[in-house]
Design a protein around this ligand. Sequence first.
Ligand SMILES: Nc1ncnc2c1ncn2[C@@H]1O[C@H](COP(=O)(O)OP(=O)(O)OP(=O)(O)O)[C@@H](O)[C@H]1O
Length: 274
Amino acid sequence: MSDCTHDCSSCGESCGERTQPQSLLAPANALSDIKKVIAVVSGKGGVGKSLVTSSLAVAMRRMGKRVGILDADITGPSIPTAFNLHERATGTDAGINPSVSETGIEVMSLNLLVERETDPVVWRGPVIAGTVKQFWTDVVWGDLDYLFVDMPPGTGDVPLTVFQSLPVDGIIVVTSPQDLVSMIVTKAVKMAELMDIPVLGLVENYSYFKCPDCGKAHAIFGESHIDEVAHDLGLKVLARLPIDPNVAAACDNGAIEKFEPNYLAGVAKELETL
Ligand SMILES: Nc1ncnc2c1ncn2[C@@H]1O[C@H](COP(=O)(O)OP(=O)(O)OP(=O)(O)O)[C@@H](O)[C@H]1O
C-alpha cells in the first residue's frame, strides 16, 4: 500500500497490517465546536425521554451554558413543540442553521425542515439514520458547551448510527416504574457498553404523584425497582421525577423554558463536572 499513512483509525482498507479498528466518527460541521455530547435514551417509547432532554437543556441554559438539542427522534419529533419553535429552519452554503429558542437553546429537528408539522416521515431506517448523521455534519451548531441528543426509543438503526458517528461522552437512560425495568434498561445499557459509551446514570420518570390535598406521594404505576436495577448494573439513579400535569402542559404549550421547578437541576449540576 504505497499511500499508507499508518493511521488505521481513518482508513477503511482491509489490510493485514491494521493495528487498530477504523473509527466511524463523522466530522462535525466546520463551523461547529461542541464540547460535550450527551445522548438521552430509553428502552421503550413514551417514558418521557423528550421531557428529560428538554428539562436538562433548560437547566444547563439557566446555568449559563451554551446548549443545543439534536432531535434524533425523526418519526416522532416533539422537541420543537416544547420550545415553541414552529418556523422552518434556514440554511446557507455553510450548512443548516438550527432554530433558536427564546432563552437561546439551539434546536435541530426534522419538524423544522418539513413543510407542515403534521407531514409524516415515511422513510426507511437507513435514510432516517443518514438524516440524523447530517444533523451532526451539516448543522452549523457554532460553539456549544453541551449538545443533548434526544434518541428514538430502543436499540435500532438511529442509536447505532449516533453511537458510531458522534463522539458521545455519555448516555442517560430514562425509564418508568411500570417498565419491565430490569430487562429493558439492561438492553439499553448493554448496547452502550458494546459501543464503549459511558452510562452516566438512570432517570426514573412517573415515579410518584404527590397529592395536592394531603401532600402524600402515591406510586401510581407501582412500586419502583429502580434502586435494585441500578445496583445490579453498577449505575447511579440520577433523579426520580413525579407525575406532574403542569409539566405535560408546559411541554404541549411550548413553555418548557418557563416551567418551575426544574426537576433536573441537580442532574445538570452533576453533568457540569463531566
Ligand atoms: N413526569 C411527567 N408528568 C406528566 N406528564 C409527563 C411527564 N413526563 C412526560 N410527560 C408527558 O408524557 C408524554 C410523553 O413524554 P415524552 O414525549 O417526553 O416521552 P418520550 O419517551 O420522548 O416519547 P417517544 O418515545 O414518543 O419519543 C408527553 O406529553 C409529556 O409531556
